[in-house]
Design a protein around this ligand. Structure first.
Ligand code: 6GP
Length: 801
């Protein structure tokens, strides 16, 4: 598409779709007009892909996820269609700057963190490798809350990404299903029938997902809840206007908000309703599509692969059995086997509080038929393994992890270590009974978003050096390995990093009034705030460092800027205390005239995908410091390594694999490993002993206790101090000393600019394996048995026939 054609298309949309003219158009108008013009370019490949999938009558993959943290879509589409230059030229010919227009788009924050972002990377890779696939989820009216800080404390407000027209979706009033809740179950002529007491309509909204070079496009289908009757005319006519609107309000509640919590069970009826709502709508849609192409439901596992993204859609097991058995008359045992042939389940966390359980009372009142099917599935499983007890239910609760495990033919972890721990801990019993079922699929990230578009400077350098093929064959990055020894390349690489840092510095100055020196090391920790991720370990180290610099202000310190980003679940009090502490420490340290040339701390509010895209390319040091055994994988760690930030980290999640690939000498390791963590926890008084043994740690904790960061409010952070001195379940105190040691090694290493750049280049060169294209191809061949339909891609998937 030429610049002129694109320009004409933008102007036409501005006029005919938005009804405005260039003189009156706002940046948002221009952004939407550009989005429509770009979307038009996606529709043809999208149709072509759909038709190719229909013609092939092969297997389709269905990715069921409560969360899709997709971020902005316009830039992604422009990049994947190769239209960056035309778009930039077209916009400037209209007197606009493309970057300004692109950053006007609100983030689609339909997810909390890692699990949701992974789903978004997977969608893009599925399209890139040409695997026919659908993402299924919920079209939340309000995505993840907006975070601001008031006096250093997190304050949440609703996010409203749909306030402006959403340019990417197509509403599908014709694709709708009625979803029931509650009611009664009765037997009728040998058949079980469920008559729900209430129901809502799930209506589809489709967003095309375009892969690299526009070769293939899939669909993200999000369900919105609508009432079966719009309003109660009787009540309206009686003057009861609020009452009349009730059915609509109640139905809409289901797709109103994303639960703002990624690790604790939200014990609410509404959450279970949301889970069933989107799972049931998706399964109905999947069966409808299957039956339009085939007639024998026993063939379902050959044509349909359904991936459950954690247990949130685990009700899919009983729902699919219900559809096959109750609705289509398949014998129960066969329905269970058939459903299992389609389903597979990914576990994303071992944290016990995050493993979903629903009380049988709640489940029975909302989903009575499903509860009885779960009992049947449980009994069948118990009968097949008579030496084992029934495992799916316990203390009047249904354990969704066990249910998902038993209804899936494959169960996967998301890094090698996490998968091993799954086998040893949460699923040890089930693993013994089904030793073939658990397998590992180490996570990955899409290089189109996380390198090509987030870091154009580095991308240009890579393409100049080795050609463009790395973009969808990321292991080609190995080809730059020899260039780590090339002084010219090192200088260019350093210049790209430096320019990214300057850009971030001016952003921080403009947006936050914070001034940072691009020469300093940018040390970044961005992720949800959680005790296991240990942002408090990082801030403790900052306090100790500040004290030490203060003692010796003329010392030869390595200047650092510590940057934090992330949200805490609104109900997670301790995590919010950590946020308050970080902000309070930042305020004191940043205003210290003696130390501030060596140490600054910044915590921009409302961390999201777009902010990550700014921060990662400008980072020198990546903080991956979770308590070993707790972080299932991490994916930010991969994005940093690809963009040439060195990791300081524990042997946790995918850090282990990153370190193996980039080389131990290019990674700053510290802390206990998972086995040591378990052993240390068993030692009485481990925290007190650690504090006693390390005067630096003791002094940092004393400063917090004495009110150094809460003037006039001594004891403000007592909850944190006493936690770290007593229970310290996440072993912050016990790992502090080694963390401090590793950080000082980082300081020394950063001063040798040549050696540092060599290490950074090797991180980029050796992280190509972390492409989500690799992960998706591996799911295709090892779990889904699905085949890509592009002539030159996706040949790794085998078809069983
Ligand atoms: C996260 C894990 O915490 C993270 O380690 C992993 O990289 C990511 O999933 C993708 O696999 N888990 C969640 O976000 C979550 O909600 C229930 O788990």
């Amino acid at each position: 598409m030429t610049t002129t054609e694109l320009r004409e298309a933008i102007l036409a949309h501005l006029k005919y779709a938005l009804g405005t003219d260039p003189d009156r158009a706002s940046v948002t108008d221009w952004r939407i007009a550009l989005s429509y013009a770009i979307r038009d370019r996606i529709v043809d490949p999208w149709f072509a892909s759909t038709q190719a999938a229909e013609a092939a009558k092969g297997k389709r993959v269905y990715y069921l996820s409560m969360e899709f943290l997709i971020g902005r879509l316009l830039e992604d589409a422009v990049v994947n269609l190769g239209l960056m230059e035309s778009a930039s030229a077209a916009m400037s010919s209209l007197g606009l700057d493309l970057d300004t227009v692109l950053s006007d788009e609100p983030d689609a924050a339909l997810g909390n963190g890692g699990l949701g972002r992974l789903a978004a990377c997977f969608l893009e890779s599925l399209a890139t490798v040409g695997c026919p696939a659908y993402g299924y989820g919920i079209r939340y009216e309000h995505g993840l809350f907006r975070q601001s800080f008031v006096d250093g404390r997190q304050v949440e407000s609703p996010e409203d990404w749909l306030r402006q027209p959403h340019a990417w979706e197509f509403e599908r009033p014709g694709a709708a299903f009625e979803i029931g809740f509650g009611g009664r179950v009765a037997s009728n002529a040998g058949r079980t029938e469920w008559t729900p007491a209430e129901s809502v309509v799930a209506e589809a909204y489709d967003t095309p997902v375009i892969g690299w070079k526009g070769r293939w496009a899939n669909t993200l289908r999000l369900w919105s809840a609508k009432p079966t009757t719009f309003f109660d005319l009787d009540r309206f006519n009686r003057g009861d206007y609020y009452g009349a609107a009730e059915p609509e309000a109640l139905a809409r509640t289901i797709s109103r908000v994303l639960y703002p919590d990624d690790t604790t069970e939200e014990g609410k009826r509404l959450r279970l309703k949301q889970e069933y709502f989107f799972t049931a709508a998706s399964l109905n849609d999947i069966l409808r599509r299957f039956l339009s192409e085939h007639d024998d439901l026993r063939q379902l596992p050959r044509k349909v692969a359904i991936q459950l993204n954690d247990t949130h859609p685990a009700i899919a097991g009983p729902e699919l059995v219900r559809l096959l058995h109750d609705v289509h008359g398949m014998p129960l045992d066969e329905a269970i086997v058939t459903a299992r042939g389609c389903l597979s389940y990914t576990n994303h966390t071992l944290l016990p509080e995050a493993l979903e359980r629903w009380s049988e009372g709640l489940m029975g009142s909302l989903l009575p038929r499903h509860l009885s099917l779960i009992e049947r599935i449980d009994a069948a499983h118990a009968a097949a393994h008579p030496d084992r007890g029934i495992t799916m239910r316990e203390n009047g609760e249904v354990k969704m992890g066990e249910l998902a495990f038993c209804m899936a033919h494959k169960v996967n972890g998301v890094s090698a270590l996490h998968t091993e721990l799954m086998k040893r801990t949460v699923f040890s019993e089930l693993h013994r009974l089904h030793p073939e079922r658990i397998l590992n699929q180490t996570n990955g990230v899409t290089p189109r978003r996380w390198v090509l578009s987030a870091n154009p400077r580095l991308s240009g350098l890579l393409t100049d050096a080795i050609g463009e093929e790395w973009v969808d064959d990321l292991e080609r990055l190995h080809e730059i390995e020899p260039l780590a020894e090339d002084a010219g390349f090192r200088e260019d690489y350093a210049a790209a990093k430096r320019a990214n840092k300057e850009e971030l510095a001016s952003y921080l100055r403009a947006e936050r009034g914070v001034s940072v020196d691009p020469e300093a090391m940018f040390d970044v920790q961005i992720k949800r705030i959680h005790e296991y991720k240990r942002q408090h370990l990082n801030i403790l180290e900052a306090i100790a460092l500040w004290q030490e610099i203060g003692d010796n202000p003329n010392g030869d310190w390595t200047p650092r800027v510590k940057i934090f980003g992330g949200k805490a679940a609104p109900g997670y009090v301790f995590a919010k205390e950590i946020i308050h502490l970080i902000n309070s420490v930042a305020q004191v340290i940043n205003s210290d005239p003696v130390t501030s040339k060596f140490l600054k701390i910044d915590y921009p509010a409302n961390y999201n995908v777009s902010l990550a895209e700014r921060l990662i390319p400008a980072s020198d040091l990546s903080e991956q410091i979770s308590t070993a055994g707790k972080e299932a994988s991490g994916t930010g760690n991969m994005k940093f390594a690809l963009n040439g930030a060195l990791t300081i980290g524990t042997l946790d999640g995918a850090n282990v694999e990153i370190r193996e690939l980039v080389g131990a000498e290019n990674f700053f390791l510290f802390g206990m490993d998972a086995d040591e963590v378990m052993a240390r926890r068993a030692i009485d008084g481990h925290a007190a002993r650690a504090i006693e043994a390390d005067p630096r740690l003791a002094r940092a904790l004393d400063a917090i206790r004495d009110g150094a960061f809460s003037p006039g409010e001594r004891g403000r952070f007592d909850a944190i101090v006493s936690n770290l001195s007593q229970a310290d379940y996440f072993l912050v105190s016990s790992d502090f000393t080694d963390y401090w040691r590793a950080q000082r090694e980082v300081d020394v290493a950063y001063r040798d600019r040549t050696a540092w750049m060599r290490m950074a280049i090797l991180n980029t060169a050796r992280s190509g394996w972390f492409s989500s294209d690799r992960t998706i191809r591996s799911y295709m061949s090892q779990i889904w048995n699905a085949q890509g339909l592009l002539a030159d891609a996706g040949t790794d998937g085998r078809d069983e026939g």
